[in-house]
Design a binder for this molecule. Structure first.
Ligand SMILES: O=P(O)(O)OC[C@H]1O[C@H](O)[C@@H](O)[C@@H](O)[C@@H]1O
Length: 553
């Protein structure tokens, strides 16, 4: 940590100059035409030293960069002290300064358990993994039964934010590996509809609830958990039966036992696991139940392999570093506001949702670790959808809109569902290849004129022109497996880390979500009668009064 702001770095100033002097020259059509080696130069293969099948490609050649820009971006990473910050994280230093905590989700996926900072509890990781394995095996084999002796058929994870999004995304992504006679569901929203619809057709005798909450104080989760317990006891009657149907994933033993869940049915984790980095911890129990412990261990191993890549690979070949630098180039110099994640794989349809929290809660901050307000842009708005659906909704703006939207295209070469002799997958992939090409190279006026003929109006010709020069990364994996998914997620986690270090912010706290919680609690106490509504602006007061007039309870 140099204590400097990002914009103070010499490399930052170099990048500003390069942007000003070279922007007009950084045209993908010309850059590719002038360098036949561009793809070879600006693509990297990731290899997992312990699993040769877990190899994938990052092609970043369709970015608005040349050698000079890439060198300056890497110089920025060096100057910002990313390598020493990374080493500090892996050494268990308290890099989450505002909360005075270590950031050690990386310890959860290290099969050798190198981390033994026993005062932090890292020494207990193997015991919790053994607990997860034991429980998972029992539920999946049918040895764990409900209160009437029937096997569990439905698992309902109740959690929100980091205690929901990771398990949802991964259980969806790894559905081909899931045990089909075990239905995994998720309740997160405080809206009673989410609970009602999720348990509507569930059988209390065969349903297991997982209450996932790091703090065990989150209003949504505790309210949903209490109502789920009421629903269960409405059938089971006897409180003693709760032990067979409710388990907890938390750091807060006291609150878990006060809720009525026995300590032996609690899966521990620790304050050095950030919520949005917690799918590797006990929070991943629903994942292990869905896909089996061995596959869960593969997911961890894939992430650990990416950790090794991140810690040992020189910056210019380091995938998380490369992705981070491309993002910084557009975010801070081109003024791009957003970044779109476009997985061409239906199983990854929750990937962008997951990284909305992962990235925006980590890097959506305007205060540096030194307490200074930044004078540059930090985290981008993350969004996206699975291909090809997005092509039929928002891609129009990507191709011809007025905004620059850098994109990541992600696809597996092989599908888990090779329907029609893989016809579907070949069509899917042809789109995965075509879209970045069209974004980069566009369609010129001459091409359009040749297509539409001499009688076409000028307006029609212009409306069909694609300017191109819209940047993207392409990530091509052999297949979505527990291992490759682990590596892919960890790659993005480390990308976010690198950007946070360059911007000088604390990527591991989330002060911004606290205010909403406090405000809602105040208003909750005022919803009863119009006379109770005090201390608000006229709009808020008017809205609450109108609600009180029209509600039917
Ligand atoms: O697991 P918990 O403690 O219920 O927190 C759930 C979520 O709450 C808040 O929105 C934030 O702190 C998130 O980072 C967290 O994931």
């Amino acid at each position: 940590m140099s204590g400097k702001s990002a914009s103070d770095y010499a490399a930052w100033k170099t990048l500003e100059q390069l942007y000003a002097s070279d922007k007009a020259r950084l045209v993908l059509k010309d850059l590719f035409a002038s360098d036949p080696q561009r793809f070879a130069k600006f693509s990297r293969e990731y290899t997992d030293s312990t699993d040769p099948k877990n190899t994938f490609l990052l092609d970043f050649s369709k970015n608005l960069i040349d050698d000079k820009v890439f060198a300056a971006l890497l110089a920025l990473v060096k100057e910002a002290g990313v390598e020493s910050a990374r080493d500090a994280m892996f050494a268990g230093e308290h890099i989450n300064t505002s909360e005075d905590r270590a950031v050690l989700h990386i310890a959860l996926r290290d099969p050798q358990h190198h981390f033994s900072l026993s005062e932090d509890g890292t020494g207990d990781v193997p015991a919790v993994l053994a607990h997860i394995k034991d429980f998972t095996d029992k539920v999946r084999s049918g040895a764990w039964t409900g209160y009437t002796g029937k096997r569990i058929t439905t698992v309902v994870n109740i959690g929100i934010g980091g205690s929901d999004l990771g398990p949802v995304m991964v259980t969806e992504a790894l559905k081909p590996y899931s045990q089909r006679n075990l239905d995994c569901r998720f309740i997160s929203n405080i809206d009673g509809t989410h609970l009602a619809e999720t348990v509507r057709d569930a059988d209390p005798e065969t349903t297991l609830f997982i209450i996932a909450s790091k703090t065990f104080t989150t209003q949504e989760t505790i309210t949903n958990a209490t109502s789920a317990r009421d629903w269960f006891l409405g059938h089971a009657k006897d409180k003693a039966h709760v032990a067979k149907h409710f388990v907890a994933l938390s750091t807060n033993t006291k609150a878990v036992t006060a809720f009525g869940i026995a300590e032996e049915n609690m899966f521990q984790f620790w304050d050095w696991v950030g919520g949005r980095y917690s799918l590797w911890s006990a929070i991943g129990l629903s994942i292990a139940l869905a896909i089996g412990y061995e596959n869960f261990a593969e997911l961890l191993a894939g992430a650990h392999a990416m950790d090794r890549h991140f810690t040992t690979t020189p910056l210019e070949n380091n995938l998380p570093v490369i992705l981070a630098t491309m993002g910084i180039w557009y975010n801070d110099f081109y003024g791009a506001q957003t970044h779109v994640l476009l997985p061409y794989d239906q199983y990854l349809h929750k990937f962008a949702d997951y990284f909305q929290q992962g990235d925006m809660e980590s890097n959506g901050k305007f205060i540096t670790k030194q307490g200074k307000r930044v004078d540059y842009q930090t985290g981008p708005i993350i969004w996206g959808a699975a291909g090809t659906n997005g092509q039929h909704s928002f891609y129009q703006l990507l191709h011809q809109g007025t905004k620059l939207v850098p994109a990541d295209f992600i696809a597996p070469a092989t599908s888990h569902n090779p329907i029609g002799g893989s016809l579907h997958h070949r069509i899917l992939l042809s789109n995965y290849f075509a879209q970045p090409e069209a974004l980069a190279f566009g369609k010129s006026e001459e091409q359009v004129r040749a297509e539409v003929g001499a009688n076409a109006s000028e307006a029609l010709v212009k409306s069909k022109v694609f300017e191109g020069n819209r940047p993207s990364n392409s990530i091509l994996l052999p297949k979505i497996t527990p291992r490759s998914l682990g590596s892919l997620i960890a790659m993005y986690e480390h990308k976010i880390f690198v950007q946070g270090v360059v911007w000088g912010i604390n990527s591991f706290d989330q002060m911004g979500v606290e205010l909403g919680k406090v405000l809602a609690k105040n208003i909750l106490a005022q919803l009863g009668a119009p006379a109770d509504v005090k201390g608000h602006d006229s709009s808020t007061t008017g809205l609450i009064h109108y609600y009180q007039k029209i509600r039917v309870e």
